[in-house]
Design a protein around this ligand. Structure first.
Ligand code: URA
Length: 211
């Protein structure tokens, strides 16, 4: 939808002009996010790293290459999905974003999700998981689809994954991530089936969707 694309461009311009927290002063540029405004799936990482800060695009470094590889395995391209981060500006020395920085940046992510209205939100790593599914352990929920009624977003299906960067130098983590990633088409099937049969999440609210 052209209107949605325009709205996204406008939102990107607003994000680029943002200086709500101290991160903006320490980075080269804002990295708003990238992909289709009509995406069924939104991937949410932690925050831009050095390469992302340099190029103004999310997941374009080593972790991004691995993400691209995994997308290809399930026949998706970057243009089919949307990729964003919990904070849009690179934290100094790639440190973890502070709570107040995540807090200041949240309205942008909320607007992105609200505009795209994806069927599935994939959290990449523990910071992203903590934002959407607070208190959950990544070691327990990775590879599982969970439905939550999220304040401001309504009922939403989440899928938790380890961060691709965690798998770069860890072969077994890489295998786990690829295995989890390969479940995404199955989750889409399930979401579609549910949509078709009009079985509403009321029956399953707050429950696990898929083992
Ligand atoms: N790691 C992230 O969490 N986000 C990026 O955009 C790049 C690396």
């Amino acid at each position: 939808m052209a209107d949605k694309k325009k709205e996204m461009e406008k939102l990107n311009e607003e994000m680029i002009a943002c200086s709500k927290c101290a991160l903006r002063k320490g980075c080269n540029q804002v990295v708003p996010g990238e992909g289709s405004a009509d995406a069924r799936i939104v991937f949410i990482g932690e925050g831009p790293g050095a390469k992302e800060d340099q190029l103004g695009r999310p997941f374009v470094g080593a972790a991004g290459k691995f993400l691209d590889e995994m997308l290809e395995i399930i026949n998706l391209k970057r243009e089919d999905v949307y990729i964003a981060n919990t904070v849009k500006c690179r934290p100094p020395q790639n440190r973890d974003p502070l709570d107040e920085e995540k807090e200041a940046c949240w309205p942008w992510l909320e607007k992105q999700i609200d505009l795209i209205k994806p069927d599935l939100i994939v959290t990449l790593g523990k910071h992203s998981l903590e934002k959407f599914l607070p208190g959950q352990k990544i070691s327990e929920v990775h590879g599982k689809a969970l439905r939550r009624d999220f304040p401001g977003l309504g009922k939403q299906v989440f899928f938790a994954l380890y961060h691709p960067a965690a798998a770069l130098y860890n072969g077994s983590m890489r295998e786990i991530l690829i295995k989890d990633f390969k479940r995404i088409p199955k989750i889409f099937e399930l979401i579609d089936k549910e949509k078709d049969s009009k079985i509403k999440e009321n029956n399953h609210s707050q429950g696990r969707l898929l083992k």
